[in-house]
Design a binder for this molecule. Structure first.
Ligand SMILES: Nc1ncnc2c1ncn2[C@@H]1O[C@H](COP(=O)(O)OP(=O)(O)OP(=O)(O)O)[C@@H](O)[C@H]1O
Ligand SMILES: [Mg+2]
Length: 267
């Protein structure tokens, strides 16, 4: 199969996108990604990182935040499932990780279950009022700390507690608007299965977000490669080419996924 998404375009000659005039960019710090995005994600945009298990969603998100913190942009990781101390441990595998960024509060971790408890959001299903409280709490946190990069890992886990599609739509829309108003660029992690045929669990999230970065596993002669493709990025004339990504101690490396190397793929 080509890529697991519903409308992911076929291969194009990989290339460097021309920087769009007029849009300020949030430089991801991941060189290959910035090259294909014409300098980075348009600042204030909300991007979905969609992929199946183990494709590197959390690693990509963490590098995005770490590179931001290094540049002086305060960054916030909202974790739904993984405990912060474990995430910091994972970060220490990056050669460029600096503990002082965490100690000095340039890189902030918040466990969402702790926030739920503080806010009294303990019911199995979150009501519209409770979702509103959650959005306002995140906004206040982002405002008061001057956060410029936000990651929610994962939106999927949060959505398990939301019953109606309209509520998910409203939550993603409002969160995106609030973050944009704070000049904060957001990454929402979406866990999908290779055969799902869409980029988010309920399908409503992907239409609202400004961008979608798709990750999947491609098998070739017994080896598994991780592949990345930009599906959409409002405000960027980006390439739809596929890139093999490597998670290395010096960060994520991207190389074009060549046509001849696409045999035996899986999602
Ligand atoms: N710094 C690193 N260097 C090399 N390999 C790494 C590094 N970090 C993670 N990996 C490898 O990448 C795999 C997936 O990483 P990651 O946790 O980012 O994926 P994910 O898509 O978030 O997974 P999940 O769906 O389970 O949340 C890990 O199982 C690990 O083998
Ligand atoms: Mg993860």
């Amino acid at each position: 199969m080509e890529s697991p998404g519903p409308s992911a375009a076929g291969p194009e000659p990989p290339g460097r996108a021309e920087p769009a005039v007029g849009l300020e960019r949030c430089v991801t710090g991941i060189e290959g990604l910035d090259n294909i995005l014409g300098g980075g994600i348009p600042r204030g945009n909300t991007v979905l990182i969609a992929g199946s298990v183990g494709t590197g969603k959390t690693t990509l998100s963490l590098e995005f935040l770490l590179r931001g913190a290094e540049r002086g942009e305060r960054s916030l990781f909202l974790s739904v499932t993984e405990a912060s101390d474990k995430l910091v441990q994972n970060l220490s595998t990056f050669e460029f990780f600096r503990t002082d960024l965490v100690v000095d509060g340039k890189l902030v971790f918040v466990d969402l279950p702790v926030l739920y408890e503080k806010l009294g959001l303990e019911s199995e299903e979150l009501s519209s009022e409770e979702l509103d409280i959650l959005v306002r709490t995140i906004r206040d946190l982002v405002r008061s700390l001057g956060i410029k990069r936000l990651v929610l890992d994962s939106l999927t886990s949060l959505c398990y507690r939301i019953r109606k599609d309209e509520q998910i739509r409203e939550f993603v829309l409002r969160l995106g608007e609030e973050m944009s108003a704070c000049d904060c660029t957001s990454v929402l992690v979406s866990e999908i299965t290779p055969t799902q045929g869409r980029y988010s669990t309920r399908g409503v999230e992907e239409a609202i977000v400004d961008g979608i970065i798709l990750l999947w596993n491609a098998r070739r002669r017994g080896d598994i490669h991780r592949v990345l493709q930009i599906v959409k990025m409002r405000g960027s004339a980006h390439s739809h080419a596929q890139y093999v990504i490597e998670l290395t101690p010096i960060g994520i490396l991207m190389t074009p996924h060549l046509k001849g190397a696409r045999a035996d793929e899986e999602g």
